[in-house]
Ligand binder design. Structure first.
Ligand code: RP5
Length: 167
């Protein structure tokens, strides 16, 4: 799926089975009207496409790449190895180890090749997208204002919370 405008954020994932989690990133990007592209690129099953994607990302205009994978989650790290575009890694919950394998695969990068690693699952995907928005907002005042408003809404919602015992 691709926005009409030239994509600024790439959302990639190792399998279509990651979509349930990764759609939380896409939903945030849509909410902020950030042009994005989203596709499956498997580190193990499509290594040549993965390298081409990473090698061409910067020239194509991508300013951040959100990469989600589960299990032996090599996609974010290997993409980071081939581009200086910031890579935001999302550990997708796995069948047998609940995503702890994904998390450790993504977070333990060697010094010098960073992947900004987020929480396992939906919150991680959403927060990766919010971080991509923040990266873009550093040079876009309108987007920064949107992000401030988003935070203010969350604050207001928390302030309005009432516990049943106090009703
Ligand atoms: C990883 O293996 C993918 O990112 C996915 O989380 C996991 C399982 O993939 P499928 O077997 O569902 O295609 O590469």
């Amino acid at each position: 799926m691709t926005d009409q405008a030239k994509a600024l954020v790439g959302v990639i994932m190792g399998s279509s089975s990651d979509w349930d989690v990764m759609q939380n990133a896409v939903n945030i990007l849509k909410q902020f009207n950030v042009p994005f592209e989203a596709q499956v690129i498997s580190a193990h099953r499509m290594p040549d496409e993965m390298f081409t994607y990473a090698e061409t990302a910067r020239a194509r205009g991508l300013r951040a790449i959100i990469a989600g994978a589960g299990g032996a989650a090599h996609l974010p790290g290997m993409v980071a190895a081939k581009t200086i575009v910031p890579v935001l890694g999302v550990p997708v919950p796995s069948k047998y180890l609940r995503g702890e394998d994904s998390l450790l695969s993504i977070v333990q990068m060697p010094k010098g090749v960073p992947v900004a690693t987020f929480a396992i699952g939906e919150a991680g995907a959403a927060n990766a997208a919010l971080t991509a928005v923040a990266i873009l907002a550093a040079g876009d005042e309108a987007l920064a204002a949107q992000l401030e408003a988003f935070r203010a809404q969350q604050t207001a919602a928390a302030q309005a919370m009432v516990l049943p015992i106090n009703e």
